[in-house]
Design a protein around this ligand. Structure first.
Ligand code: LLP
Length: 455
């Protein structure tokens, strides 16, 4: 694979992979594996590309980073420094952002089933917007605002009824979706009227997100058309002009060389132009345009490093190369059958082996095969495998299956490297375990096993 691609991934003289100017083999030795490596330069570049495109193509625009892709204190700092807003989707993400001192007024709180506690937390923290997902939430939010004694600024999430061409698990714009208020059958309009009439809610605008890992942008055209038509209708019916239109995130990234994926710049410009044209036609004031990308900001900036353990050869069938991570740190392969590019980080430029090998994880499932066919040099125990494009939805979806601690994450930038998430320990794994008192009493007396002991 071409290594110049991210400009910050390259090869050292020794044939080692460099990420953000750091030797991947050194990183693996120093921090242990599996290790998530995040290239700060690439994250910032992507954030800037989005902001620049927005500034150049739309009069009033704003870019939010969708934290569900990867949220840690360091990520909050980077997004804040780059002037982005933040989309959070749970009390936990909100807590992460607030403890990292992310400006609350730049936070947009999403979620299809927010609890009263989460709503209270968001209202009390003074988040910028609460994106209301359904009619029931309108009522709950009104009560939360009342409890806090301050009205809440809201966007309504609308399901436009557009089906994007992506994995069905990450498609969200169609009528039959758990997300959003359907535009169809007047439901969205009724919700808009309800919000506009409430003394405790300030209706600021509308939101739509049609899905994720989208590489054909045409469904966005349809979504924009429907949303702007809705804006016009809602303005007529409620008397409230939408100040904001949030078209969500969802731009795909190139996981494989042969994939053709639009750049953030093209994505922003296409949506911006379409919104401008449609609002003009409708005679509406141009609302502030918001986009909230996640994957396309952090995905390509992440690389996961593993160490090769055993190599199992089944002659005439397949060779399995076992690595020290797998579906626990990257559940996406098992969930969506994602395919990744990967290289042996210590053997760049070495002669290729006769045939491909399968890269298997260490989790107790046959489905834990991270890469079905890895081409390249012969893998041997101790080699460092680098799997690319793991910055999004890997750390954030990781699990402790098999009680395997979750990896550390290191931030690299211009040859510097430092931890941004420490590795989980075995002590972390048992820290939340509690033994119910009756069990403790039974085993505390030494009875366990005692009765079956031969006399
Ligand atoms: N806005 C909303 C309301 C969303 O639900 C999402 C993603 C985004 C923005 C950001 O979308 P992105 O730009 O990252 O595509 N776990 C799946 C992806 C789930 C996406 C959930 N929502 C995966 O690993 O592919």
């Amino acid at each position: 694979m071409p290594l110049d691609e991210g400009r910050t991934v390259s090869a050292s003289n020794e044939g080692h992979l460099l990420i953000g100017g750091c030797d991947a083999v050194e990183l693996a030795r120093r921090y242990g594996t599996p290790l998530y490596v995040l290239d700060e330069g690439r994250v910032r570049e992507a954030m800037r590309a989005y902001r620049r495109a927005m500034e150049e193509s739309y009069p009033k625009g704003r870019v939010l980073y969708a934290g569900k892709a990867l949220l840690t204190a360091a990520m909050c700092r980077i997004a804040a420094e780059e002037g982005l807003g933040l989309d959070v989707v749970s009390g936990g993400e909100l807590y992460t952002a607030l403890t990292a001192q992310f400006p609350p007024e730049r936070i947009y709180f999403h979620g299809n089933n927010k609890s009263d506690e989460e709503l209270d937390m968001a209202v009390q923290a003074g988040v910028g917007r609460i994106v209301v997902d359904n009619e029931g939430e309108l009522e709950r939010l009104e009560r939360a605002a009342q409890r806090a004694g301050r009205p809440a600024d809201v966007l309504l999430r609308i399901t436009p009824g557009v089906a994007a061409d992506t994995h069905s698990y990450v498609r969200t714009g169609q009528l039959d979706s758990k997300f959003g208020i359907p535009m169809a059958r007047g439901q969205a309009l009724a919700a808009a009227k309800r919000a506009a009439a409430s003394p405790w809610l300030r209706l600021r605008g509308y939101h739509s997100h049609i899905g994720s890992q989208i590489t054909d942008l045409s469904p966005y055209d349809a979504a924009v058309d429907l949303m702007v038509r809705f804006l016009a209708e809602a303005q007529r019916e409620t008397g409230v002009a939408a100040q904001q239109l949030n078209m969500g995130g969802g731009l795909g990234i190139r996981y494989l060389d042969e994939q053709d994926v639009p750049a953030p710049d093209a994505f922003v410009r296409r949506i911006a132009r379409r919104v401008l044209a449609r609002v003009e036609e409708a005679g509406l004031p141009a609302p502030e345009l918001l986009l909230e990308p996640g994957r396309s900001i952090v995905g390509p900036a992440g690389v996961t490093l593993y160490t090769v353990g055993f190599v199992k050869r089944i002659p005439g069938v397949r060779t399995y190369v076992m690595i020290d991570g797998g579906m626990g740190d990257n559940p996406r392969v098992a969930l969506y059958r994602t395919r990744h590019r990967a290289v042996l980080a210590n053997k760049l430029g070495a002669a290729p082996a006769a045939g491909p090998v399968a890269v298997a994880g260490k989790y107790c499932e046959s489905g834990d095969v991270l890469i079905e066919e890895l081409h390249g040099p012969e893998p041997e125990p101790g080699d460092v495998l680098a799997v690319f494009d793991t910055g999004a939805y890997n750390f954030s979806m990781a699990s402790n299956y098999n009680r395997i601690p979750r990896p550390a994450m290191v931030l690299v930038h211009q040859g510097r490297h430092e931890l941004m998430v420490r590795r989980e320990t075995y002590a972390d794994l048992v820290a939340r375990d509690v033994v119910p008192s009756w069990l403790a009493a039974a085993t505390g007396g030494g009875a366990a096993g005692g009765s079956t002991k031969p006399e």
